[in-house]
Design a protein around this ligand. Structure first.
Ligand code: PGA
Length: 217
């Protein structure tokens, strides 16, 4: 079994999300992808539009792309763990774009992870290297080298596996790779039993491309 996590970042409006799902779900219904656990992470306001639709597919789940470091309270504009209850099962924590553009530190990410766990959201904890701390309770780690994100320069398998060795990971924790994974290079990574899944942005925006990737699992 492999995880395929679609990270849509700040792309897509409501109509585009619905059209994406229509195409993707038709392909999924007609195909055989028993080995894929699919986690779709739309922007916050669009998660609800897929909730009932994914319910008919036991291998399709929803995730958020971020969670507030603050719990329920007077934090205008924030989206906290409680706000995501019954909407998302997973939440991406510590994506490099959050660390860079929004100044997210190890301490903030530890708070976010705690709050995700408090509200029964499964954190997908992203890191770029072994110097970044994995907070306790994390049960999925995504290694994403910054130079590979959105560049078409996916990291060679040997380097990904070398990083996995350097990380203090419990062997039961799924290890995810992200960075320019697409329909052309996915088979190369799928051949390794050391990689348990993929975090995919650019190639997940098109439902046909994403289905192609998923169908190869
Ligand atoms: P990419 O991005 O698939 O476009 O390289 C991955 C990510 O940012 O999670």
């Amino acid at each position: 079994m492999k995880y395929f996590i679609a990270n849509w970042k700040a792309h897509k409006d409501l109509n585009e999300v619905l059209a994406w799902w229509q195409t993707f779900s038709d392909l999924l219904k007609n195909g055989q992808n028993s080995e894929a656990e699919i986690i779709i992470c739309p922007p916050f306001p669009l998660i609800l539009s897929l909730k009932e639709k994914v319910a008919g597919f036991k291998n399709v789940h929803l995730g958020a792309q971020n969670i507030s470091q603050f719990d329920e309270g007077p934090y205008t504009g924030e989206v906290g763990g409680k706000n995501l209850v019954n909407l998302a099962e997973y939440v991406i924590v510590g994506h490099s774009e959050r660390r860079r553009n929004f100044g997210e530190t190890d301490e903030m990410l530890a708070r976010k992870t705690n709050l995700a766990l408090k509200y029964n959201l499964k954190p997908i904890f992203c890191l770029e290297n072994e110097s970044q701390t994995i907070p306790p309770g994390v049960n999925m780690v995504a290694y994403e080298p910054v130079g590979a994100i959105g560049t078409g320069k996916n990291e060679p398998l040997e380097k990904v596996l070398a990083m996995k060795k350097r990380l203090p990971l419990n062997p039961t924790i799924p290890f995810i790779y992200g960075g320019s994974v697409d329909e052309k290079n996915i088979s190369y990574y799928l051949a390794s039993s050391e990689i348990n899944g993929f975090l995919i942005a650019t190639a997940s925006l098109d439902p046909t491309r994403f289905y192609k990737i998923v169908s190869l699992a």
